[in-house]
Design a protein around this ligand. Structure first.
Ligand code: SAM
Length: 328
C-alpha cells in the first residue's frame, strides 16, 4: 500500500475516526442501553501515545483527516493535550472533534488554544424537557458551549441532530432557526441500528427523505456541491432561513457507502473498516508490549483491504458493540 491507496472498490480512504473513550457523561437513549455498566477496564483503553503511533502509521499510508470522538471525548483527562499533539503530527491536515458539548463551557478555550478549529456538537432538541428525555442531560451548558465556540471563532461549527419520530421531530424548525441565528450548519442524522437498545423501530425511524420533503414545503432547499466536512452528509442551503442543512441518511440513501472514505478506531484498539459491519482488526498486538511499526502498518492495510462495499444496516443488522464503544 502506498500513500494514495484506495480500498478494493476504488474509494480513497484517508479519514480516521478515533474514539478516545467508551465512557460518556450522558446516556442518550439511541446510543446506550439503560443501566449500561459494561465500560471497558482502564488498561484496555489505548494510551494517547498508542493512539499517536496509530495516527503516524496511517499518515504514512496517506490518511490526512482525523476526528476525535467517543463515548464523550471531553470526559477523558488529557484530551486537550492529545488534540494539540494530534494537530502537530506530521501529515495530519485536519482534526475535528465530535462532542455532546456539555463540557464546552470550560474546555472550548483550551481546545481553541490547542489549535482545534473544527467541531461538531450533538444537539437533539432545544426544549430542555425533550433534551433531557433523550440524553438524560441538561441542554443549558450545551447552548452555552455553542455560543462560546462561536465567540472564539472556530472555523467550522456544526450541529448534529439524530432524528427520532415522536421524540424530536417537533423540534426540527426550532433547531433550524437556532442554527440560522448562530450561523452554524446543522446535520440531521437518521437513526441507525448501532446501539444494543431496541431504539430503532418502524415507529421512531424518521427518514431524511421525509425531512427533505418537509423542508421543500417551507423553503426551496438548494443542493450544495461543496462538502463542508469529509463525511457522508448531503448539504442544502435553505434560502429563506439562510441556513445550511446536512442530511445523513445511512438507511434511506442508497448511495451512502459510495462516498465512504473512513475507518474507525475503537478506544480499545480495534480498527473497523465499516460502521455497519462486525469486521474489526485488533491493533494491540502491534502496540503491546512495545510498538512494532511494520506490523501495525500491515494490520491497517489488511483492514483497509477488507472494507466492504456497503454496510449491513438494511439486513436486520444486530450490533455487537454499543455506539459509544465504536465511536460515532
Ligand atoms: N459523545 C459525542 C457526541 O454525543 O457527539 C460523540 C460520540 S456520539 C456516538 C457521535 C455521534 O453519533 C453523535 O452525533 C450521536 O448523536 C450519533 N449517534 C449515536 N448513536 C446513534 C444512532 N443510533 N443513530 C444515529 N446516530 C447516532
Amino acid at each position: 500500500m502506498n500513500a494514495n491507496q484506495t480500498d478494493p472498490f476504488g474509494r480513497r480512504v484517508d479519514y480516521l475516526r478515533i474514539s478516545v473513550t467508551d465512557r460518556c457523561n450522558e446516556r442518550c437513549l439511541y446510543c446506550l442501553p439503560e443501566n449500561y455498566q459494561d465500560w471497558l477496564p482502564r488498561h484496555e483503553i489505548l494510551t494517547y501515545d498508542e493512539l499517536l503511533a496509530i495516527v503516524r502509521a496511517t499518515t504514512a499510508l496517506g490518511f490526512k483527516r482525523f476526528r476525535v470522538t467517543g463515548g464523550e471525548p471531553l470526559v477523558r483527562p488529557g484530551v486537550v493535550e492529545f488534540i494539540r499533539d494530534l494537530i502537530a503530527t506530521e501529515g495530519v491536515e485536519s482534526v475535528q472533534l465530535t462532542t455532546n458539548g456539555t463540557r464546552l463551557p470550560e474546555l472550548a478555550k483550551p481546545l481553541y488554544e490547542a489549535g482545534l478549529r473544527r467541531i461538531n456538537i450533538s444537539l437533539d432538541a432545544l426544549d430542555p424537557a425533550i433534551y433531557r428525555s433523550i440524553t438524560s442531560g441538561e441542554v443549558g451548558p450545551v447552548l452555552a458551549g455553542i455560543r462560546e465556540v462561536k465567540t472564539l471563532g472556530f472555523d467550522s461549527v456544526k450541529l448534529n441532530t439524530v432524528l427520532m419520530r415522536g421524540r424530536n421531530d417537533g423540534e426540527i424548525f426550532r433547531l433550524l432557526d437556532f442554527a440560522a441565528e448562530h450561523d452554524v450548519a446543522i446535520r440531521f442524522i437518521e437513526l441507525m441500528p448501532v446501539s444494543l437498545t431496541e431504539m430503532l423501530s418502524e415507529e421512531n425511524f424518521f427518514p431524511v427523505t421525509e425531512l427533505l420533503a418537509l423542508l421543500r414545503r417551507e423553503d426551496a432547499p438548494e443542493p450544495l456541491n461543496e462538502s463542508f466536512g469529509y463525511g457522508p452528509a448531503r448539504y442544502f442551503r435553505l434560502p429563506k432561513r439562510g441556513v445550511k442543512v446536512g442530511l445523513i441518511g445511512a438507511l434511506s440513501d442508497l448511495h451512502f457507502c459510495e462516498r465512504c472514505n473512513k475507518m474507525r478506531l475503537t478506544c480499545d484498539g480495534k480498527l473497523r473498516p465499516c460502521l455497519g459491519n462486525h469486521l474489526e482488526t485488533d491493533l494491540k498486538p502491534a502496540l503491546r508490549p512495545c510498538l512494532n511499526a511494520s506490523h501495525l502498518r500491515q494490520l491497517i492495510t489488511g483492514t483497509l483491504g477488507q472494507k466492504p462495499l456497503e454496510h449491513l444496516f438494511r439486513n436486520n443488522y444486530q450490533p455487537d458493540r454499543v455506539m459509544t464503544a465504536i465511536g460515532g
